[in-house]
Structures are given as C-alpha cells and as structure tokens.
Unconditional design. Structure first.
Length: 203
C-alpha cells in the first residue's frame, strides 16, 4: 500500500492575523503587514505538517491517492482522517482495462479513524489484474481551512493549539545552535495530540 498527496490545501488553517496574535507580532501601521509575514505563514505550514506527521491526522483538506496491488477481503482503511469524500475508485480488471467502480458498489465509514471504505451490502470487490498498484483510490481528507466548503468540519481547538505551540517554537528558534536544536518541539504539542493519534503501533 502506498499513499501520496495529489493536491495540497488551498490555504493554511490559521490566518496571518491569528498567527501574529499568538506570536505577539504587531503589524506595521503603514499597510497593516509585517516583514515576517511570509516566514510566519511558512512556519505555520511546517507546524501543520509536523502535527500531521505526529498525529496521523490531516489538519487541512488535501487530496490523497492510495494504491493497492489487489482489493482486500474486507474494508480498506484510508489514512490521514477525517475523510471528507471518496472521489473515485479505479482498478485494472483481469483484462488490464482500467475501470471505475460505481459509487453504489461501495460505502464509506467516516466515523472510524482511520476511515473505512468497504463493498456495499451484497457486493464484493472485483478481481484485478496481477500487477502492482492495480487499485487506486482518490479521496479528500482533512479539516476546513479559510475558503473551504462550510460543510467540512472546522479544525478542533486542540489541534489549533498544538499548531500554535510548534509554530511559536519555530519562530523563536529560527536557527539551530548547539544549546538548542530546532528539532526540540515543545512537549505541550505532543501532550495535546497524543490522545488523538491514529498511527497504529506508535507510542
């Protein structure tokens, strides 16, 4: 099984105003901006990715593509919840022809974390060609960012707080030194995210 991101978020979860407020950075009076704005937003992106890597969650909506060699016997677990939608399930049939599985032949369980996609009642997964990556599932997963569909769940406060802690650490420690390495992420962020981790088999 392999998963890759095919479309990044349209924006970061926090606005520049929210980031400045957390970092105690006041905008300049001239144009309500600050020289560090671009760096702050980049650090927010790094903080989001760190929190995603640690928790196994998708903190902003992205499009993923999962590749499988064959369909399993039962459900397929989709990493990086929460699942927003399954866009398509494509597969190579036994004649090596690409097919699109009709929506009515599978169902989605977005209550589970990770989310599941499974055959609809009374159906089975189809047979596939004996080649690598014969099955490809495209799905969208994550919490809403500014500009997203209003029906997508908002980023919870715990994940927002963890992002702010990591972003603040990165902003205060912009260069690595012998005394304080950039990799020393605050324990507070780990403590906030640990109860919500969805990475199986990790402490």
């Amino acid at each position: 099984m392999g998963v890759k991101i095919t479309a990044q978020p349209i924006a970061e979860p926090l606005t520049i105003e929210e980031c400045r407020l957390h970092l105690n950075v006041d905008p300049l009076d001239i144009d309500a901006s600050h020289p560090d704005d671009a760096m702050i937003m980049a650090l927010q992106g790094a903080a989001r990715e760190w929190c995603e890597d640690f928790s196994g969650l998708s903190l902003a909506v992205k499009t993923y593509e999962m590749a499988l060699d064959v369909f399993p016997n039962d459900e397929i677990r989709l990493p990086s919840p929460p699942i927003v939608e399954v866009v398509s399930i494509k597969y190579l049939d036994t004649d090596f022809v690409e097919q699109i599985l009709p929506n009515e032949q599978y169902t989605i369980d977005s209550y589970q974390r990770p989310g599941w996609v499974m055959p609809a009642y009374g159906t089975n997964w189809p047979a596939t060609a004996p080649v690598a990556n014969a099955v490809k599932i495209t799905y969208r997963s994550g919490f809403a960012v500014p500009g997203d569909d209003v029906e997508i769940d908002a980023l919870p406060f715990v994940e927002r707080a963890a992002m702010c802690l990591v972003m603040g650490h990165l902003y205060r420690n912009r260069e690595t030194t012998v005394e304080k390495a950039l990799t020393e992420i605050p324990y507070g962020a780990e403590a906030l995210l640990r109860p919500r981790r969805v990475l199986l088999g990790m402490a």
